[in-house]
Design a protein around this ligand. Structure first.
Ligand SMILES: [Fe+2]
Ligand SMILES: [Fe+2]
Length: 149
C-alpha cells in the first residue's frame, strides 16, 4: 500500500513532464547500457524516494532529475561545431532545453546545472536536493553500466 501510494505521488509530481515529446525523445539516445529516458526515470524515482526518506523536497528532486539529461546527441558523437566536452557542457544544454518546455524553479535549475559537479566544476550544488540528485545519478549510472542477464 505504501509502495502504491508512493508510486501515485511520484506520478503526480512528474507526469506532466514525462508525457512531453521532448522528454519522450530521450528514448532514442543510448545512455550507458540503456536509453536516456530509462536512465532519467530511474534517477527520478530514486531521488524522489531518497528525498522523502531524508525529509527533503521530493517534488523538486524528482522534477530536476527528470530534466537533468535533457539533451539530444550522444555524448561520444557530438553535433558539428560543438566545442568542448559534452560531459562538462550537457548540464547547461539540459537547463536551456528544460526552460523551453516548463517553468523551472531555482532549485530545479540548480539540480540540473550541478548534476555533473565536480567533473563539471562550473556550478556547485546549492541545495541538499542538488547534492542528492548528483549522488543518485552516479549510483544509477554505475547500475546502468552493469551487464544485463
Ligand atoms: Fe548528465
Ligand atoms: Fe544522468
Amino acid at each position: 500500500m505504501k509502495k502504491l501510494l508512493r508510486a501515485i505521488e511520484f506520478d503526480n509530481a512528474v507526469r506532466d513532464l514525462l508525457v512531453l515529446p521532448e522528454v519522450q525523445r530521450l528514448r532514442a539516445y543510448r545512455h550507458h547500457r540503456t536509453n536516456r529516458y530509462e536512465h532519467t526515470l530511474r534517477v527520478a524515482r530514486w531521488s524522489f524516494r531518497a528525498a522523502r526518506w531524508l525529509g527533503l523536497d521530493e517534488r523538486s528532486a524528482a522534477r530536476g532529475a527528470v530534466l537533468h539529461d535533457l539533451f539530444y546527441h550522444d555524448r561520444s558523437c557530438r553535433p558539428e561545431g560543438y566545442r568542448g566536452s559534452a560531459l562538462v557542457r550537457h548540464p547547461r544544454e539540459a537547463v536551456e532545453n528544460a526552460r523551453r518546455i516548463t517553468r523551472l524553479t531555482p532549485k530545479e535549475e540548480d539540480i540540473i546545472l550541478s548534476h555533473m559537479w565536480p567533473v563539471s566544476p562550473r556550478h556547485l550544488p546549492h541545495s541538499a536536493e542538488a547534492v542528492l540528485v548528483n549522488l543518485v545519478d552516479d549510483v544509477v549510472a554505475v547500475g546502468d553500466l552493469a551487464p544485463r542477464h
